[in-house]
Design a protein around this ligand. Sequence first.
Ligand code: ADP
Ligand code: MG
Length: 339
Amino acid sequence: MSRIRQLPPDVVNKIAAGEVIERPASVVKELLENSIDAGATRIDIDLDAGGTELIRVVDDGCGIDPDDLALAFSQHATSKLTTADDLFQIRTMGFRGEALASISGVGQITLQSRTHTAASGCEVKCDGNGISDPRPWNGAPGTRMEVRHLFYNVPVRKKFLKSVATELGHVCETVTRLALAHPALHITLRHNNRLVYDIPGSAGLLDRIALFFTGEVRDALYEIDSGDGPMRLRGYIADPKCDRGNSKLQYLFVNGRWFRDRSLSHALQESYRGLLMAGRYTIGFLFLTLPPDKLDVNVHPTKSEVRFQENSLVYSLVRATIKQRLLKENLIPHLTVPQ
Ligand code: ADP
Ligand code: MG
């Protein structure tokens, strides 16, 4: 065996990018989360060729101080955490300080940003070869991030990308999840200069559901709310008559973050036991809130999975809240409510 070597930063970034950046939709997710963390009220997304050629995300958030621009691309550089204890009190979408470093390892970034108090802003370009010197930039306050030629230097990854329509579909799903989790946000999405979504901030959650999944779905929904408490479940479930052949319309969110969880999907399905034929799935939009220290979001590089400190309590809350609601609609008149 040869001697141990420290890997150069561009290789480290490419390895890290392999975990976080799988396709254009992963870039869109990371950039949107940054805009949300920056307090944006409006986000405009532009894509060319399903995002493989261009991804542009423009927000009206707090902007980045010119002195911090270069640091934003370093690995583990973040403004959102300072101590290890903060890891257990996470209230932001990001915290690992890895997204921009990873993206710059596999795409060509132009970052333009201006804070609301600065007289002018700044622009830097960054790719696998390094960062350019900052230049003055005089756009509106907020941040404008462009990622071009994704995977231009990782041919293997590029080969795994699917058709433009499929990649666009993944981006649309990412935008849908974020738009549902943040109903006050104005989001637009353009693809090859054609408007795909224009979702005003004033459209509430139900309007958003109608926009993404049709009015038929919205009209079949029952509101659920477990009531005040440190752990709370709110959202919508659907009449069993409006069932589906797959579970795609089952959305789970915790503290404003979309996540995947087999156990909670099971709790949702189980609540409909006896009401759905085999192989049929209910629709559900479930929003959990709980104290950040009862939740570990740092279990997956893309944060699409979380770990609950009290898994069985969360499971019971979901199941009991949904069952009670179905009972109230007289959909399961003879069943007793589980503990
Ligand atoms: P993280 O989000 O985990 O902190 P990122 O690599 O995604 O890491 O971003 C690094 C830092 O760059 C963030 O902590 C934030 O300070 C800054 N930043 C990135 N995007 C934006 C944005 N759209 N608006 C304001 N600041 C941003
Ligand atoms: Mg981030």
